[in-house]
Each structure stands twice: as structure tokens, then as C-alpha cells.
Design a protein around this ligand. Structure first.
Ligand code: MIG
Length: 810
């Protein structure tokens, strides 16, 4: 919806600045502007409201800014301008009309506010609302905003940040009704619908590649405001964002590199902590009325067919009348025994927990929560009653620390039989009664909209607290549907109710990449599609794609046909099983990508532009992606496709399946036979693999790791990592791991593979050797330095967590 600002008051005049230890403050019309230097490349810019600032406007920022080392800056003042300079940027603030413009040391523009006919449009307000307007050009690109539909480049569209259950007509109506017939956004099932379940007010702005010359700097912007927001990114002119309430409180990242911006953004809002390794495995989920025996049979079917699987999931029907934290004892007479049996099979169990608590006399949760005033209340101070699966429903007020602690205890009690993780749904929050305005927070004091977008994050915060208390030695896993900035600290996200259709398979790519560059690396879409009937070809292509995405779960809506890997006959089963096997073989590489995400924020599934920022051809690609820095994946997202176009960025690459070397920086047409999708490995990479696919990651500590050495065409050196630990506990924090950092260098016909090792090792570690393979080389290369044994067409290198150095003649 276009933002209408005709009646807004735009601020025009800045007063004399007062220096602050970290920046300056100055009167701005009837309010104050405050600019602080967080790091040399990161500014915080705020405007007061009613003369006040709020230091912590949301739960997004977890960094202690006061504890950061003070960044140096210089402040200058003239009659017309205030200038603040750091080592990385200079901010020019004009006083009348008020305007902000920041440039990097090389003069490239970070951002510039808009002005029209001598009037500043930089910042305006109308009652609680405010708007910010800035300049952009036709050639510019915008990325980010977390979970958004449509193309990865957000240019040319408007977006709302308001967590929405897209399959709930009551929730989507306000967005669909005002859109004209024929607008794809009128249909919540289209690949263009907005808004979605997660709201993250963080975006990137990149000027057109030609405009910027050889380099193409990127800047980043995070508005720490949890209220409903609108973003408008037109094709040239001015772009805007507006919030319904709260403060203008923005973090401005100078870049110029996307990885650095994301590193800084996740330093502020936190990172995913290292997940349990099993969470990277294959997950079997379905909205289906399973019984205890039925679920065990399904688990056995996986084992009988030798299709790897790590986790079985239970949707809402396991509960007694949809009462959270209960079991239907007829269907599940002995959950403890079932969980123990699953564990013997190497399988974990995850159950769904919705926020809604059934409102009924005698329900202990209801009694406790009402007694202690832990639920959301109306403006009258009465409990807010909504309607979800159990019927009349109360909603825990997760803005209250005591509610989060209570919820944590309930989760802790729930997992006592050994449940491995928790699945949070309907946490936008969603209810079937339409308007949520009466659901207030803080005993009725705070408006609903203040906490709406944060509801899921606060719920996950409480859940993780409880899981940590119940299983202090184990890493936690929570899957959430909704979220806000910072959700990555507590939970992974799946992308909600998609459809069993080709366009939704495509949609999962830009959506995952948008989340990835917005701080949430642990994401995935329901494999096979949630709504509608899947079919064999779609399921097979979906598995082939999802095997290379962070979260890997088959899930399907009630009432639709089976979509297990074997549901469409042996030919499809074979393809799905091969894709799942391939994922398990790739586990060491994948785990290293997750570890890097937890250390730097770099996404696991990422757009090409993240690693190839200066490549104009990579900018708008959203039907292919990088998995970590070294694999490029180009899924098949159309029926009957026998080949597809893809773009390989500059450098040398090798076909993952054949080893054939291909020079990058060009477009290719690649065959897409039924049994595989195009995947390329970056020249210079060393990709660690398991030598076979175990049925589960649980307890798998192999004696041998394959190192797939991707011999580059050109000279140069590339770094890769292998991270081994118990994959389960926090022992790695005390050094119980081996991190092997490989450096593969080519110099003419000589290849050098060197590795350094960090960490003290861990009790389960059993590796004794590496097996080196060299895809695409006509014959096994000759070792001219270091010890390696030729064995069965590969080189075997005895190694149990020690540095190595090998010289190879090509
Ligand atoms: O209103 O729990 O997105 O994954 O299977 C539907 C039942 C509620 C929506 C979730 C979906 C889940 C379903 N839930």
C-alpha cells in the first residue's frame, strides 16, 4: 500500500549540536536528533518523540552497546552543516533544510535523505506515525527485509511488516480486500503475497553497477522498531519507510561489503548458536492423525527402505483435544516408551506446541495462568479470549518475563521423556476471530501492535530458557513459523504454508536467501509442498533442491495425499533416496557452513551477490543459490525440464557430478536429467564428505572423511574448513572439537594442500584418515611431498586431527 504523507509534518531545522561521548545531539524542530558512532562503519541515528528516546525499543538488539570500545570520530560545525567523520565514513548533516548524507572514505554514497522544492523530506511525523524518505536511482537494487515473497531484488515493490498467517482469511483480508482484481498480491497463495509470517526491518541498498564504476558498494539499514512498518522501494526517485508507532531508531551500516554488513548486523542482533547435528538431518513431518504404533511403523518404513532420517514429528493431533503440553492417551498410551524406541532407531521426536491455551474450567494451565495474570488481557483488564484449534483460547503474554519463565517450565516438563526439540506454530499470533486489537500486553497496558511482531521471538525466548534448564548439556532446537529481528538467536524458521506447486518450489529460493541475508540462516520450506496434492516429479525435484538447503523437512497438510519419498512408486523413491543420501554424504561440509553462520552470520543458503557483489550478472539471480561459499546449486523448478540456464560467476568451477571443469563468468545451458540437478563446486575448494550415507547422523563418528579436492583451473589459493565435534553438547565451547582449516593452492602444475588444526579433540572422535578424491582429473595425481597411500583410485592420508602438508604434481 503506498504510504500517504500529505498531512505529515516534515522536520526542517536543526539547532546547535552538543557533543556526546559517542556522537552528538541537536534540536530538530520540536524534537532532538541524536547520532552515535557504534563502530567506525556503523552509526545509530535517532529522533526523539515527546522529547524522549527509548534505549531498548525492542528485543532485537542483544549486544551491550555501552560495552563496545569507543570509536573515534571528529565533529565539525559550520553555520550550514554538521560533519561527523570516522575512519570509515563521513556524515554531513545540513541544518536548514534538515538533511543527512553519508559517504565512505572513497566518496561513494552510503545514503542521502530526500528534499523537494527546498523542503526536507528526511523525517516526518503525523501523530504516532513517522516516515523517512531517501534518494535512490533507477539502477539500484534493494535486498533483505527477511521473509518476503517474490523476487530477491525488492526494487519496484512495497512491503508491509506485520506477521501474518497467510492461510487465515481473517488475517489476510485487510491486505487482499483493497487490492484490485488481477493483482497477484490479492491471492495469499500466490508467490507475490505480502505480508508473510516474519518481520525483519533490515535491508540493503546497492547502487547500479554501472553507476558505481568498478566497485559496487552496498549499505545496510536496520530500523529497530517492532511496530507495523511499510517499505516502499520504487524504481528510482525516492524510497521510503514508515512505521505506525514507536521511535525512529536506525543503525546504518557503511559496508561496502555485504558479508561485513551482515557480520555487524548479527553482532547487534545475535547469531544462531551451533545447532545439534541431527537438526541438519532429514525430518519426517505430516499433519496427520498418527497413533503411537503408526508413528513407529512409519519410522520402521524409513529403516526398511534404508532412507536416512533423523527426526519424526508430531503435529497437533497428538494432543488431548488440542490442549498444549498434553498427550492423547488413547492414541499415545506410552510416549516415553515410543521416544525410547525411536531413539534406538537413531530417531529423535519433535512435537508441536502452539501458544493458545484452551480456555476451560479445570484446565490447570488455564487456572494457573489466570491466577498469575500470565495471559494477554483486553483494555478492560479481562483475559483476552481468541479462538484456535482447542476452541476458546487464552494467549500467554510473552512480553512478561514471568510468562516466559512459566512457559519455559512447561516446555521443560513436556520434554522430560526425551523429546528432542519443539515446533512453534500459530505464533504470529494467529486466531480465527479476526481483529487482534483487543489482545493487549503488559496487563492490558500495551497496545497489541507493540508486541505483535515480537510475539514469536519472545515465545521462543521462553521456550529455549526452559529447554536449557531441562537439558543443560544439550544444544536446543526450536522451529518457529513467525519471527522478528533476532529470532535467529532462539529458533530456526520454516517458511509456513506453501503449496505443492512448481512456483512455490521456486519461491522457496529467494525467500530463503532473503532470510539468510537478514540474519536467519536456519531456514527451509516444506518439502513436497504443504497445501494441495504433491506429485512424483515435483516431490523428486523438491528433494533434489532441498537436500542443499539448511532445514530439510518433508511436511504436508491434512487431507492431501501421501508424499513420503516412496509414495509415488520406485522410480521417484530412488531419486528422493539418492537426494537424501547425497545430503548425508555432504554433512561435514554443511555442518561447517552452519558453524560459520554461527560465528559470522554468513548465510548457509545465500544469493550469488553475497560472494560476488561486483558482478552485475549475479545481482538479480534468484533461481540459483550458493550453499556456503563453495557450492552453487541450480534447482529445477519447472515440470518436464530437460535442461536449464544458469550463470556461473567468475572463477573456475567443476560439475559436482562429473568433475568436468568449467570456466565461470558466463551463462550455461546444463542438462537436467531426472536423477539430478545442476550443482557446481568452486575451484580451489576442499569439500569434506562422509564416505557413505548413514541412516542417521546420531552416533555417526566415522573413521574416514573424504576430501573432495576441487582442482582449480587457474593459480591461486582457497581456504576451506572441516569442523568436527560431538554435534550435541556445549563441550565444543571448552575446546572439545577439531577444526581443520585447509588451504589448497595451485601454482602451475603443482598443487599444495596444507591444513592447520585447532581444538583439543573430543571423546567420540574416531577419524584415522582422509581419503582424497580429485574429480575431473584423468588420473590420480602424483604425490611429490608428504605421505599418502594410493588405494582404490584415491589417495589415503592417515590423519587423526593433526596438521598436514601435501605436494601434488598435476
Ligand atoms: O491452521 O498444525 O503452518 O505446518 O501443519 C493450520 C497444523 C495450523 C499451520 C502450520 C502447519 C501445520 C498446521 N498449522
Amino acid at each position: 500500500m503506498p504510504i500517504s504523507t500529505d498531512k505529515f509534518h516534515f522536520f526542517q531545522t536543526l539547532g546547535t549540536p552538543n557533543a556526546l561521548p559517542s556522537g552528538f545531539e541537536a534540536a530538530l524542530d520540536h524534537e532532538r536528533l541524536r547520532v552515535e558512532v557504534v563502530r567506525p562503519d556503523l552509526l545509530r541515528v535517532r529522533v526523539s518523540r515527546a522529547g524522549r528516546f527509548e534505549d531498548k525499543p525492542s528485543s532485537a538488539v542483544c549486544a551491550d552497546l555501552a560495552a563496545l570500545p569507543a570509536a573515534e570520530f571528529a565533529l565539525d560545525e559550520s553555520a550550514s552543516t554538521i560533519t561527523l567523520a570516522t575512519a570509515a565514513l563521513t556524515l554531513h548533516v545540513t541544518r536548514a533544510p534538515f538533511g543527512l548524507r553519508a559517504v565512505r572514505a572513497d566518496g561513494s554514497v552510503i545514503f542521502e535523505t530526500a528534499c523537494k522544492a527546498g523542503q526536507s523530506l528526511a523525517y516526518g511525523e503525523l501523530n504516532e506515525r513517522f516516515v523517512v524518505t531517501r534518494a535512490c536511482a533507477r539502477e539500484d537494487a534493494f535486498y533483505g527485509l527477511g521473509e518476503k515473497s517474490g523476487a530477491f531484488n525488492r526494487q519496484g515493490r512495497t512491503f508491509t511488516l506485520w506477521n501474518t498467517d497467510i492461510c487465515n482469511g481473517g488475517a489476510t483480508e485487510e491486505f487482499t480486500k483493497e487490492r484490485p482484481a488481477g493483482d497477484p498480491r490479492k491471492d495469499p497463495g500466490s508467490t507475490e503475497f505480502d505480508p508473510y509470517y516474519i518481520s525483519i526491518p533490515f535491508f540493503y541498498h546497492q547502487p547500479g553497477h554501472a553507476a558505481a564504476g568498478s566497485g559496487s558498494p552496498v549499505s545496510g539499514f536496520f530500523i529497530d522498531n517492532p511496530w507495523r512498518g511499510e517499505f516502499e522501494f520504487p524504481v528510482g526517485g525516492t524510497y521510503r519507510f514508515a512505521f505506525q508507532n514507536g521511535y525512529y531508531d536506525e543503525y546504518i551500516f557503511a559496508g561496502p561489503g555485504m558479508p561485513g554488513i551482515l557480520e555487524a548486523y548479527t553482532a547487534l542482533t545475535g547469531r544462531m548458536s551451533p545447532p545439534p547435528l541431527w537438526a541438519l538431518g532429514h525430518h519426517q513431518c505430516r499433519w496427520y492423525d498418527y497413533t503411537q504404533a503408526g508413528l513407529l511403523e512409519l519410522a520402521q518404513a524409513y529403516r526398511d527402505r534404508a532412507i536416512p532420517c533423523d527426526v519424526m514429528w508430531l503435529d497437533i493431533d497428538y494432543m488431548d483435544g488440542f490442549r498444549v503440553f498434553t498427550w492423547d492417551e488413547k492414541k499415545f498410551p506410552d510416549p516415553g516408551a515410543m521416544i525410547a524406541r525411536l531413539r534406538e532407531m537413531g530417531l529423535g521426536l519433535i512435537t508441536i506446541i502452539d501458544p493458545g491455551v484452551k480456555h476451560e474450567p479445570g484446565n490447570p494451565l488455564c487456572t494457573e495462568g489466570l491466577r498469575d495474570r500470565l495471559f494477554c488481557e483486553t483494555s478492560l483488564g479481562t483475559p483476552f479470549v481468541g479462538c484456535v484449534w482447542p476452541g476458546k483460547t487464552l494467549f500467554p503474554d510473552f512480553s512478561l518475563p514471568e510468562t516466559r519463565a512459566w512457559w519455559g517450565r512447561l516446555n521443560a516438563e513436556h520434554v522430560r521423556h526425551g523429546i528432542a526439540g519443539i515446533w512453534n506454530d500459530m505464533n504470529e499470533p494467529a486466531t480465527f476471530i479476526g481483529d487482534l486489537g483487543s489482545m493487549r500486553f503488559g496487563h492490558g497496558r500495551s497496545e497489541h501492535a507493540r508486541f505483535h511482531n515480537e510475539y514469536a521471538t519472545l515465545m521462543a525466548m521462553g521456550t529455549v530458557e526452559g529447554l536449557r534448564a531441562a537439558m543443560p548439556e544439550l544444544r536446543t532446537f526450536v522451529l518457529s513459523r513467525a519471527g522478528s529481528a533476532g529470532i535467529q538467536r532462539y529458533a530456526a524458521n520454516w517458511m509456513g504454508d506453501n503449496r505443492s506447486s512448481w512456483d512455490h518450489l521456486w519461491l522457496s529460493l529467494p525467500m530463503a536467501m532473503g532470510l539468510g541475508i537478514s540474519g536467519q540462516p536456519f531456514v527451509g520450506a516444506d518439502i513436497g509442498g504443504f497445501g494441495d496434492h504433491s506429485d512424483g516429479e515435483l516431490l523428486a525435484r523438491w528433494y533434489q533442491c532441498a537436500a542443499f538447503t539448511p532445514f530439510f523437512r518433508n511436511h504436508c497438510c491434512a487431507g492431501f495425499r501421501d508424499q513420503y519419498p516412496w509414495s509415488f512408486g520406485p522410480a521417484v523413491e530412488k531419486i528422493c533416496a539418492a537426494a537424501i543420501d547425497g545430503r548425508y554424504r555432504l554433512m561435514p561440509y554443511l555442518y561447517a557452513c552452519f558453524l560459520q553462520a554461527s560465528e559470522t552470520g554468513a548465510p548457509v543458503q545465500r544469493p550469488l551477490i553475497f560472494d560476488h557483489q561486483d558482478d552485475a550478472s549475479a545481482r538479480d539471480l534468484d533461481d540459483e543459490f550458493l550453499l556456503g561459499a563453495h557450492l552453487l546449486v541450480a534447482p529445477v523448478t519447472a515440470k518436464g525440464l530437460t535442461s536449464r540456464h544458469l550463470y556461473l560467476p567468475a572463477g573456475s568451477w567443476r560439475d559436482w557430478w562429473t568433475g568436468e571443469a568449467v570456466e565461470g563468468g558466463r551463462h550455461l545451458l546444463v542438462p537436467t536429467p531426472r536423477d539430478r540437478i545442476p550443482v557446481f563446486a568452486r575451484g580451489g575448494a576442499v569439500i569434506p564428505l562422509w564416505t557413505g550415507a548413514p541412516q542417521t547422523t546420531q552416533g555417526h563418528f566415522p573413521e574416514e572423511i573424504e576430501l573432495r579436492v576441487i582442482v582449480p583451473i587457474e593459480d591461486g589459493a582457497t581456504t576451506s574448513i572441516l569442523h568436527e565435534d560431538d554435534g550435541l553438547t556445549f563441550a565444543h565451547e571448552a575446546g572439545a572439537f577439531f577444526r581443520t582449516t585447509f588451504r589448497l593452492a595451485r601454482d602451475g602444475n603443482t598443487l599444495t594442500l596444507a591444513a592447520s588444526v585447532a581444538g583439543k579433540g573430543f571423546p567420540e572422535f574416531r577419524r584415522t584418515r582422509f581419503r582424497l578424491s580429485f574429480p575431473g582429473l584423468p588420473s590420480l595425481p602424483r604425490v611429490v611431498g608428504g605421505e599418502a597411500i594410493e588405494e582404490g583410485g584415491s589417495l589415503v592420508l592417515p590423519n587423526a586431527g593433526t596438521p598436514l602438508s601435501l605436494k601434488i604434481a598435476l
